[in-house]
Design a protein around this ligand. Structure first.
Ligand code: DGY
Length: 307
């Protein structure tokens, strides 16, 4: 029997995952834009699966050239450049790795929250520079007992909420509709959630639907003692408004793993000492990246065992 053909669309899929796929499938790609174009032109009609990341464009025009496509397995949680609507219209299954990476990203959200509220980056510099001998380090802000607002309550938001609860925090959340059987207070509006939070964590998908969702008004509702944490996508926040609020003290602090135009981070943001910055490393551990690769392979294996 002829092996099932799949296309590795993105160069971001790790080599170990591609090797595991090659044991099971006839694998095309990865390659540069020109190579992918040539592969689609010659073999598009028999490609039944795609392994990709959310960063590679998978739009209507490309889908139209893949008539046999049944399943897309995304290595990342974010589906940024995948036209999910077009996939749904064709009944093409789509999986991502948000279950595999939720705990890792949640750990980072909690770390950024504590680092921002206790000013650990500045505290580290205080000790290293010898300033401790001259001055006491200023008091921080606690997390225990504080309200934590989750913008989004999927795999990642829920994993953050569980950790926060264990730390004595009080979760609340914002989603379009309340999550069934969830006891946390619900808000249907991001501004209302911000007004009801000491720590505001962005854990919703990016993409056009949520671009700019955390705007000037949402940031203003947080206030000078609050902390904003973003482990989702930079585009969800009005970055200039965030920088302004942090610089003027209208927002207390921020912990940011994602930015509007990565890897470019505005100088004004890099110069602030009430922010903690990370280079988009939410899922970046050996264990979790291995698990994410495994989830891509398992998803595509469905093509081998049709029900
Ligand atoms: C993803 O996989 O989309 C996350 O941003 C990982 O950090």
């Amino acid at each position: 029997m002829r092996p099932v053909t799949i296309l590795v669309l993105s160069s971001g899929v790790p080599a170990t995952t591609i090797a595991a796929l090659a044991e099971r499938f006839d694998v095309l790609g990865p390659g540069d834009a020109q190579e992918i174009e040539a592969l689609v032109s010659s073999h598009g009609a028999r490609i039944r699966g795609i392994a990709t990341t959310g960063k590679a464009r998978l739009d209507r025009a490309l889908l139209a050239r893949l008539p046999a496509l049944e399943l897309v397995a995304c290595y990342s949680a974010g589906l940024d450049k995948i036209d999910t609507e077009a996939l749904a219209e064709r009944g093409i299954a789509l999986t991502n790795s948000s279950a595999a990476l939720a705990d890792e990203v949640a750990d980072l959200a909690i770390a950024l929250m504590i680092m921002a509220r206790r000013r650990l980056v500045a505290a580290d510099a205080h000790v290293r520079s010898g300033a401790w001998a001259k001055d006491a380090f200023p008091l921080g802000r606690s997390v225990t007992g504080r309200r934590i607002g989750l913008l989004g309550l999927g795999h990642i938001g829920s994993a953050i909420a569980r950790r926060a609860e264990a730390m004595g925090m009080q979760p609340r959340y914002c989603t379009r509709r309340p999550v069934a059987e969830c006891a946390y207070p619900h808000h249907a509006d991001a501004r209302a959630l911000a007004a009801d939070s000491d720590v505001f964590v962005i854990a919703c998908p990016g993409g056009t639907a949520n671009r700019g969702l955390v705007d000037r008004n949402v940031i203003a509702a947080l206030g000078p003692d609050a902390t904003l944490v973003n482990i989702a996508r930079g585009e969800i926040v009005d970055e200039p408004a965030l920088v302004e609020a942090l610089a003027s003290g209208r927002l207390g602090s921020a912990g940011l793993d994602v930015f509007a135009n990565e890897p470019d981070v505005p100088l004004a943001l890099r110069q602030l000492d009430n922010v903690v910055l990370a280079p988009h490393l939410g899922s970046a551990t050996i264990e979790t990246r291995t698990a994410m690769g495994g989830s891509v392979v398992r998803s595509l294996e469905r093509l081998l065992n049709p029900v």
